[in-house]
Design a protein around this ligand. Structure first.
Ligand SMILES: CC#C[C@H]1NC(N)=Nc2cc3[nH]c(NC)nc3cc21
Ligand SMILES: [Zn+2]
Length: 371
């Protein structure tokens, strides 16, 4: 496997692990947060800034890049790394989730999914083989299997059929992948909130020997307690010597709770998405910078933050920019939010080294204002 996971240390009191994930574009520490660059750009950030804040692997989306600009243009440009001038890790999602969340879905057949483009309504077809072929043209370091993504509250019978199809699709994707090249391919465990279906899905995928395993079907609107319950019985089903990736997570509390349950990799649009309306995460909870209370507040967003934004600009200035629709304001809030989550993961890794992750969680939650 060109993507290898090295387990460095298990935290004494939880399921948390310290590790390293080796890719053709570098080796990065886990647990890690991956900034999302859906359309080959982490919104408003330059690659140098992402590197400066310590980002290792970023996420891009097969579905979006297939529709626009098309995988052939990215391929001709030399692949995604060349195209976006990013020489560290890139992970691409397979399109499975986007098909189900973005486009009004036509129908699911055994061979794949027929649906309409969310851009212009044109008819499209995506299959496990096609999703692998596109990702190989994008040249990502870590690729995702094409999965069927049922809503969390679907019936047991529907989810059972869906899990069985996702396993058949995973096998087809793996076969197609091995003919193309050997970058890392992850299987995506499904099964919604049903323990036996999660077991079945994990068993099927682990037998296919993927480079790593994503936990799908979560962070899709279910209560956080539900997500943690599913994680409690799903991560132990996955091999210790492979990375575990919880898709679409998340908020500071969910990141810490996921690490405690043995998750190694996370991605979420949250930091850059909320930044664009001026909402920032700080060690003392969220600061919604547009609030009038910050008009004359000349302190940084977070006194404890060492990021470019916090070292050079005040809340009053950032509030002024956001209120005035000055684009630079979005860059400052995006930079800070990404730095905040990347720095949180650095602190979590240190807590694993010191075997005091639960104490770290308590003090972080207390200061952030989680109940
Ligand atoms: C059902 C299912 C499923 C998973 N399948 C794939 N391919 N990508 C995902 C991306 C996600 N993002 C979020 N929350 C923002 N949950 C996700 C779940 C998946
Ligand atoms: Zn900051």
């Amino acid at each position: 496997h060109p993507v290898k996971y090295h387990l460095e240390k298990k935290e004494k009191h939880t399921g948390a692990r310290l590790g390293k994930i080796e890719t053709p574009h570098g080796t990065f520490e886990t647990p890690m947060f991956m900034p999302v660059g859906t359309l080959a750009s982490v919104k408003t950030m330059a690659p140098e800034e992402l590197e400066e804040m310590g980002a290792g692997i970023i996420l891009s989306n097969t579905y979006h890049l297939w529709l626009r600009p098309g995988e052939d243009i990215v391929d001709e440009a030399g692949g995604l790394h060349e195209f976006m001038n990013w020489d560290r890790g890139i992970l691409t999602d397979s399109g499975g989730f986007q098909v189900f969340s973005l486009s009004d879905m036509r129908d699911i057949k055994e061979e794949g999914v027929h649906f309409r483009s969310h851009l212009d309504g044109s008819k499209l077809f995506l299959s496990p083989e096609k999703a692998i072929q596109i990702q190989n043209k994008l040249g990502s370091d870590i690729m995702m299997s094409f999965d069927e993504c049922p809503p969390f509250d679907e019936s047991y019978d529907y989810v059972k059929k869906s899990v069985e199809r996702t396993s058949r699709w995973a096998e087809r994707g793996l076969n197609a992948h091995e003919k193309l090249n050997k970058q890392g391919l992850f299987g995506i465990v499904q099964g919604a909130g049903f323990e036996d279906l999660r077991k079945q899905s994990a068993k099927d995928l682990v037998s296919m020997d993927f480079s790593g395993y994503s936990i799908g079907g979560l962070s899709v609107g279910e209560p956080k307690k539900e997500m943690y319950r599913v994680l409690d019985f799903t991560t132990p089903l996955l091999p210790e010597n492979k990375p575990r990736y919880l898709m679409g997570v998340g908020t500071p509390d969910a990141l810490i709770e996921g690490v405690i349950r043995g998750v190694d990799m996370f991605d979420c649009v949250l930091p850059t998405r909320i930044a664009r309306n001026g909402t920032t995460m700080t060690s003392k909870g969220r600061v919604v910078i547009k609030n009038a209370e910050y008009a004359r507040d000349y302190r940084p967003l977070d006194e404890k933050c060492n990021c470019y934004t916090c070292r050079n600009y005040s809340r009053a200035y950032i509030r002024h920019l956001i209120k005035s629709d000055e684009t630079f304001g979005l860059r400052l809030t995006s930079y800070h939010n990404l730095f905040f989550l990347l720095d949180l993961m650095k602190k979590v890794r240190q807590a694993i080294r010191e075997d005091n992750l639960l104490e770290f969680k308590e003090s972080f939650f207390e200061e952030y204002g989680y109940n």
